[in-house]
Structures are given as C-alpha cells and as structure tokens.
Design a protein around this ligand. Structure first.
Ligand SMILES: Cc1cc2nc3c(=O)[nH]c(=O)nc-3n(C[C@H](O)[C@H](O)[C@H](O)COP(=O)(O)OP(=O)(O)OC[C@H]3O[C@@H](n4cnc5c(N)ncnc54)[C@H](O)[C@@H]3O)c2cc1C
Length: 318
C-alpha cells in the first residue's frame, strides 16, 4: 500500500511549484508529479511576471521556482498521471503511465492547457523557433505591449480574429484579422472592426516565418508580411483527471472552482491555466497560494512539538 501523503500536486509549472512551496513551508507531507511540458517553458521572455523589471525567460523562471521549492525539500517526480480515483476513507489514489501509484488526502491539479498551434512550413520545430523569435505570439495579454506599432496579423475563426484584433489595436494601428477558415463574422463585430480600421482578410492558405517576420499566403493567392502573427486557435484543457471524478467545467472545458480553488469534487483543488480564469503566471501563483492554504487548513493540525529557539540554544528540535 503506497504511503498516504497530505497532498499530491499534479503538474509543476508556475502554479504547481508555488503550491508545493507553500505546502512544504506549512510542513506538509506532499508529492509532486509532473509530465515536463509547462507552457511557461515556451516563453522567450516575459515582461509582466512580478519582480522581474528586465523580464525573465520562462525556463529560467521555472528553474528559480524549482530551486525555491527545493529549498524546502520538495522533489519532483517526472511522470504523467493518467488515472485519479477516490478512495472511500483516505482521499485519492493516482496512477501514472508507468503504473506507479500515489495516495493522498487531497489533490491539487495544476495541469494547465495545451495550445493549438497553426500548421506551418517546417512543422512544430519551426513553430517553436518562431515563438522564440517573437514573430509568433500566443497571448496578447502577455506580450501585446512588446508588439506595439508592429504589423500584426491575428489568425483565428472570423469572430475571434476580429475580437482579438480589436484588443490588439491598443498596441498597434496596423492590425489585420486573418480567417483561419472560411466563415462570416457577427455584424456588430464587423462594424466595430471597420471603425477601428481592422480589415478582415480571406482564409489562410500557407504560413511561414523566419526570425524576423511571418509571411501569410491567402486562399485568393495574395500574400502579406507581418512582424507578428497571433494565432488564436484555442487550447485543450488538461482537466481530464478532474472530469473523470465528475468535476464541473465551463463551456471551454476549464475547471470551475470556489473561492478557495476547490473544484466541485471535495478535496480536489485546481489552480492555474486549467481553471476557468485569466491564463497568466500572476493568476496561477495567486491560485496556488489560496489552494495550498485551504488544503493546509482542512487537514488535521500538525503542531510542532518543540523547537530550537534562537533565545534558547539548548532546546531540542523534535
Ligand atoms: C508563448 C507563451 C508566452 C507566454 N507569456 C506569458 C507572459 O508573458 N506572462 C504571463 O503571465 N503568462 C504568459 N504565458 C502563460 C503562462 O505560461 C501560463 O499562464 C502558465 O504557464 C500557467 O501555469 P500552470 O502551472 O497553470 O500551467 P503550465 O505551466 O502549463 O504547467 C502545467 C504542468 O502540468 C503538467 N501536466 C499536465 N498534465 C499532467 C498529468 N496528467 N500528469 C502530470 N503532469 C501533468 C505539464 O506537463 C506541465 O508541466 C505565456 C504562454 C505561452 C505559451
């Protein structure tokens, strides 16, 4: 029978790592299992993560968060949990794809989302290279500011293309809406776009990017160059484990939680991008603080018996 932990944290992106740090500092017995595909690892440089005035790359931020958790003895097991079930009395039992098992009184799900990327010349490798170069961007809230005054194309179904293009007009006067496939937008959006000088272009035929720009070929044969393309093609919420336990999700598959980040399943908490909220690092770490504190407070108290005090150097750390 596997050991019963106070909490199992599934996912070690910014959300899971900060939750783990809080729980370890509450002196809780936790396990962290992570599949190693954090969205944050894709970030070339974020400029809105609190405390980094000159920006920080996603991999560096993850490394620092791991180091911080490690300071309190948190270890991260590499693995993908593919089964989560309730145990009558104890809490939950999780199994990974190698059949390893964890038992825990509570679970914090920090499994994030997976972006749907556009088909591009050069495939997935070229896509990541374009993200690294900042010519393909996935999050206007994150880095619209960095794309200011650039020639921007938003690639999405007609409605979303116009909505996101209108949002990006805050940053640049040159924003086009590129249809990802044939379809007409809502009339109200058409009017707003016209007023903002946003043009809705024909469906995309081909997308290619180098380190300086992206080239879009349209179905009518015309071609345009952009400093930045924002694909808005949706994402896949990694909420399957919670769904298998009956947790509620919103229309896009993101988990619904209460004010303490608990899902509709008792003892199962969710934080970060997998939750129905703004997908941002600052939000993810805020969720983490709330959930970890709620988990600590619902577990039986863990009073410290005797402590070494700086006023009493003879006392014994029990
Ligand atoms: C290109 C890009 C730029 C961005 N720029 C910014 C920015 O400038 N500012 C900002 O605030 N945000 C930015 N974001 C968003 C930010 O990356 C996310 O909001 C943040 O990473 C969410 O953290 P998370 O911990 O919820 O999820 P993630 O970081 O995605 O971590 C989830 C983790 O869970 C693991 N996992 C999933 N399923 C399982 C499973 N079944 N078992 C075990 N592990 C599992 C994954 O492998 C992953 O490691 C950007 C995102 C992208 C893609």
């Amino acid at each position: 029978m596997p050991h019963l932990h106070d909490c199992l944290v599934i996912g070690a992106g910014p959300a899971g790592l900060v939750a783990a740090t809080y729980l370890a500092r509450f002196r809780r017995d936790i396990a962290v299992v992570d599949a190693g595909c954090s969205r944050a690892a894709r970030i070339p440089k974020t400029h809105n993560a609190p405390g980094f005035p000159l920006g920080v790359s996603g991999p560096r931020l993850l490394q620092r968060l791991q180091e911080q958790a490690g300071t309190y003895g948190v270890g991260i097991t590499r693995g993908r949990i593919d089964r989560l079930v309730r145990e009558d009395d104890a809490g939950f039992r999780a199994t990974d794809s190698d059949n390893r098992e964890w038992r825990a009184r509570t679970v914090i799900l920090a499994t994030g989302i997976v972006d749907r990327l556009p088909a591009m010349d050069g495939g997935e490798g070229a896509c990541q290279a374009a993200i690294d170069a900042g010519v393909l961007r996935l999050c206007a809230v994150c880095d619209g500011y960095e794309a200011r005054d650039e020639r921007i194309g938003v690639l999405a179904p007609a409605d979303e293309a116009l909505e996101h293009a209108l949002f990006l007009r805050t940053f640049s006067p040159r924003v086009d809406a590129i249809r990802s496939h044939a379809g007409e937008p809502r009339d109200d959006l058409r009017g707003k776009a016209a007023a903002a000088g946003v043009v809705l272009l024909p469906p995309l035929r081909r997308l290619s990017c180098d380190e300086r720009a992206c080239e879009v070929e349209f179905e009518d044969g015309s071609v345009r160059a952009y400093d930045t393309v924002y694909p808005v093609l949706g994402s896949d919420n990694q909420s399957q484990l919670a769904l298998s336990l009956g947790a509620e999700v919103d229309g896009e598959g993101a988990l619904r939680t209460d004010a303490r980040q608990q899902t509709t399943v008792d003892g199962l908490y969710a934080i970060g991008d997998v939750v129905s909220a703004l997908n941002q690092i600052a939000v993810a770490v805020g969720h983490a603080a709330i959930a970890a504190t709620a988990v600590h407070n619902r577990l039986p108290r863990n009073p410290r018996r005797a402590s070494r005090s700086r006023f009493d150097p003879e006392s014994i750390d029990a």
